[in-house]
Design a protein around this ligand. Structure first.
Ligand SMILES: *Cc1c(COP(=O)(O)O)cnc(C)c1O
Length: 494
């Protein structure tokens, strides 16, 4: 199976190890597989009896044909072990006959990025060997909190890579700071900068583009790599849990082989929901994919009007991981629906004018699969409380957006097929807002909110967030925003 850019008619064609190592295509496009492998009924029947790591290895082997199945199985067993995913790998929690919640947050950082970031570094590590790379990859990450922690956990002690995370010293919550500064692993570094998130991101971008720094690194036996969410190595593992959910629905007797179901996905960068689309293209009988947005409802508007327009107000919401105005992975959908030259044209227009319009024939195709709804802050808070009151189920703020979208869809259509709602974070990850939605009261701090929420709801704090204050702090360095490069060199010279 070979990979090419979303923006090119032909090649170059790369194998998957190369695509994972490079992250982004040379022409600025995203890597896509040249064709989509098909899941047969026989494949699915085998997967019904398999555990999550085996399901994952099977699906990944269909896309990453330059990796041996045994390599993938070994990596998946480590990545999705029951000691790191203590509460289960993508378990389905049934709310009623129609609704099931798929919990994607039982990994080491209590959020869904773990589903990809626990496996992707292992795929990268093998890619370095497969491409004969002798240097060590240095992953640089600028974070406003959650992605940095998930990347640290994913790359921790993976051979052939080191990771360095920069965060704004006053720009993350106390819980996030504690999570990062107590990070374990021999190949990790965490550095705070005096500046905001943009400063951190600009600093990292500048280093990625700094040729003399690249030369200096090369001399020391290193090269830069990114943990970017558009990397194919992060996208492919997300296809797995949709297949897994289908197997679970069949095993639970809620579906028969071949019957269709729907999914509702809290969407930001369009990665998670695009993985559902790929699962469908492989032959998984998903009918509707509900694209759930928060107040930043650019995708809802796109699906209803055909125009994607980022010239609009940017809202800071209680579901911050969905506060996004450029949904990068949408480019992959546009490629599959409209082809590479149209995808390139839309992306050029987006860069130039901040918007593009997709022709009706292509929108009709997109609307055969996707339907968009959004929840503003009030609807999100109401959904948290409503879901807890009605089902005893406590959703986080992002999950609540997907639940609200699902409700709107069900009300409009009366569709009574099984509906899987993606839950992308533990409610304790966003404890302050969840606590307020349930009780109407403000917790004194985000750390205090953990215990208050647990006491109020009787739910247990998941292990990644428990006892944070008791862990040993390992990283205390704070540098100026102009000193990031020096910090990188100091770390590598240590
Ligand atoms: C990243 C993230 C999302 C959005 O997922 P995309 O793949 O970017 O659409 C939703 N919820 C949480 C908690 C996230 O961390």
């Amino acid at each position: 199976m070979l990979y090419k850019s979303t923006r090119s008619q032909k090649g170059p064609y790369l194998n998957s190890a190369d695509a994972i190592k490079r992250g982004i295509a040379p022409d600025g496009g995203l890597f896509v597989p040249e064709k989509i492998p098909k899941l047969t009924e026989k494949d699915l029947r085998e997967l019904l009896r398999a555990d999550y790591p085996t399901r994952a290895a099977k699906i990944l082997s269909m896309f990453l044909s330059d990796y041996a199945y045994e390599e993938l199985l070994e990596d998946c067993e480590k990545a999705y072990s029951t000691t790191s995913f203590v509460g289960g790998r993508a378990p389905l929690v049934s709310l009623d006959k129609v609704r099931s919640v798929m919990e994607l947050w039982h990994g080491p950082t209590a959020a869904f990025k773990d589903m990809a970031l626990q496996i992707m570094p292992r795929l990268l590590s093998r890619a370095l060997v497969k491409t004969n790379e002798k240097r060590t990859a240095l992953i640089l990450v600028a974070t406003s909190g959650d992605t940095g922690k998930a990347a640290l956990e994913g790359y921790r002690d993976v051979p052939g890579v080191k990771i360095m995370v920069f965060y704004p010293v006053d720009g993350v919550s106390r819980v996030q700071k504690l999570q990062m500064s107590t990070q374990l692993g021999e190949n990790v570094n965490v550095t705070a900068i005096k500046g905001n998130f943009d400063d951190a991101q600009n600093g990292v971008k500048a280093m990625f583009g700094d040729e003399s720094l690249a030369g200096e690194l090369d001399g020391m036996g290193y090269f830069f790599s990114s943990a970017n969410s558009i990397n194919w190595g992060r996208l492919a593992p997300q296809i797995v849990y949709y297949v897994s959910a289908y197997c679970d629905l069949i095993n639970e007797g809620r579906l028969k082989m071949g019957e269709t179901f729907n999914v509702s996905v809290p969407t930001g960068n369009f990665g998670n929901i695009f993985a559902a689309y790929l699962a469908k293209k492989m032959g998984l009988p998903i009918d509707r994919m509900i694209c759930a947005s928060n107040q930043n409802n650019i995708l809802t508007d796109f699906l209803s009007t055909g125009t994607y327009d980022r010239n609009r107000h940017f809202y800071l919401t209680m579901s911050p991981s969905m506060d996004i105005l450029i949904s990068s992975n949408l480019e992959r959908l546009l490629y599959f629906v409209a082809g590479p030259s149209k995808a390139a044209e839309y992306m050029a227009a987006l860069k130039e004018t901040g918007k593009y319009t997709v022709e009706p024939e292509f929108m009709n195709e997109i609307r055969r699969h996707f339907v968009g709804y959004y929840a503003d802050e009030e609807a999100t808070a109401k959904t948290i409380k409503g879901t807890f009151d009605a089902f005893g189920y406590l959703p986080d703020t992002h999950t609540a957006v997907a639940l609200s979208a699902a409700e709107q869809y069900l009300k409009e259509t009366g569709d009574d097929r099984p509906l899987v709602i993606d839950s992308t974070a533990s409610p304790f990850k966003f404890a302050k807002d969840v606590y307020k939605s349930i009780t109407g009261k403000d917790a004194p701090s985000d750390l205090a909110a953990l215990n208050l929420l647990s006491e109020t709801t009787g739910k247990e704090i998941p292990y990644p967030l428990a006892d944070l204050e008791k862990r040993a702090v390992r990283f205390t360095e704070v540098v100026g925003k102009d000193e990031m490069k020096a910090a990188v060199l100091a770390y590598l010279n240590k």
